[in-house]
Design a protein around this ligand. Structure first.
Ligand SMILES: *Cc1c(COP(=O)(O)O)cnc(C)c1O
Length: 393
């Protein structure tokens, strides 16, 4: 029988009724340590008092008014995001895919206005994920997400992630931009090798291409810097953000330099809900906390201790874990047993984690965790690995 909700997700038989900081409380009466964060969305944990206060305050003033009018909360969010990044301007939307889609349109419009309408192709990477709209499934690497949706949106080429020479070889007179996640999420937590982003910057400059980062998953403090590209001391021309930006409220954004952003003028693009007062009030509250050097230093410190704990477990249980990888609090356990089996076991023991490609178990804890949560997670992961190793023996 056709379920009332379309069957697009292979869901765990688990539902939650309440969230509090790093914990989720399920309808089965159990409490779970949430190291999935709704896929890196609840960056400040659940129902953070500062976010709840912002939501309640704005909820009593104004939710929506349309981009036909000025929206002060949106202007403030744009000003703060641009002050904190390479960017000079922002466009707001409701999701990650829309943020990437906006960037794709911006890339095409930019070259079109510069007298090169033939330059429309974007080089992306194998293992990449950019969303589920028709253009973003074409931009992403996974053929699985394109199956049955032919014809593909034209204009996307793919090369192996991390190889500068492969990108260079793929550049043609039609190439418009290079699109890359500084840390791949869905692809299995793959960190760009040292020098890769800088190499892409140099290639883009040499060939007149735009450099487009997708920081939807790795941005907003996830790696211990506000945005992951900061680690490599390199700036893109445009960047997509979402997920953690709203801390659980759906909002996305496309940030760009003035040179790129100026390609958009009245009517070039739009969104009914994008950048509404409610979403922007919450995103501003997220920024209040995350865009703070002390906060980010804490993220880096707690990440180091979590990484050390995980590394010790991997060393002890090579039959279950092949490697620990990632950056900051964007971590992947490369599993030896099927990743879903490890995730089920972690769940039975009270920890939520998320699958990724390449048989990886993703850990995306809220950025507010401390030593207690690290200890609890490490204990549960250790116990789960011990149980799985015993089962295999
Ligand atoms: C989640 C994600 C997207 C898509 O975001 P949606 O909000 O699901 O549309 C795009 N790119 C990356 C890197 C993501 O992690």
């Amino acid at each position: 029988m056709q379920p009332a909700v379309m069957a697009t997700y292979d869901r765990f038989d688990l539902a939650f009724e309440k969230g509090e900081g790093p914990y989720l409380f399920a309808t089965n009466g159990r409490r779970y340590l949430d190291f999935g964060g709704g896929v890196a969305v609840t960056a400040l944990g659940h129902c953070h008092p500062h976010l709840v206060a912002a939501l309640e305050r704005q909820g009593k003033l104004l939710w929506h008014c349309s981009n036909l009018y000025r929206i002060p909360e949106q202007e403030r969010l744009a000003a703060r995001l641009t002050a904190a990044t390479f960017a000079d301007a922002a466009f707001f939307c409701n999701s990650g895919a829309e943020a990437v889609e906006c960037g794709i349109k911006l890339v095409r419009k930019f070259h079109d206005l510069n007298g090169a309408p033939d330059r429309y192709r974007i080089i992306g990477c194998e293992g990449s994920f950019h969303g589920r709209t028709l253009a973003t499934i074409a931009a992403g690497a996974s053929p699985k997400y394109r199956e049955g949706y032919a014809p593909d949106v034209d204009g996307f080429d793919h090369v192996p992630f991390g190889h500068i020479a492969a990108v260079e070889a793929a550049i043609t007179p039609q190439t418009a931009a290079i699109l890359v996640e500084p840390v791949q999420g869905e692809g299995g937590i793959n960190v760009a090798p040292a020098g890769y982003l800088k190499g892409l910057r140099a290639l883009a400059d040499r060939h007149g291409l735009l450099l487009f980062f997708d920081e939807i998953q790795c941005g907003m403090g996830r790696t211990g810097r506000l945005f992951a590209y900061e680690w490599d001391d390199v700036a893109p021309d445009l960047m997509a953000v979402a997920k953690g930006l709203g801390g659980g409220f759906p909002i996305g954004g496309c940030l760009a330099t003035a040179a790129v952003a100026s390609a958009f003028s009245f009517g070039s693009h739009g969104s009914t809900f994008g950048g509404n007062p409610l979403g922007c009030a919450v995103a501003n509250a997220v920024l209040d906390l995350v865009n703070d050097e002390g906060f980010l230093a804490d993220v880096r410190a707690v990440a180091t201790s979590l990484q050390q704990g995980l590394q010790q477990i991997a060393t002890k249980h090579p039959g279950v874990l092949a490697a620990v990888r990632g950056k900051g609090l964007m971590l992947g356990l490369k599993s030896v047993v099927p990743n879903r089996m490890l995730i089920d076991r972690l769940q039975q023991n009270g920890l939520l984690a998320i699958p990724a490609a390449d048989n990886v178990v993703r850990l995306l804890p809220p950025l507010i965790i401390g030593a207690a949560e690290v200890n609890e997670a490490v204990r549960i992961i250790e116990q789960s690995c011990t149980e799985l190793a015993a089962k295999a023996a």
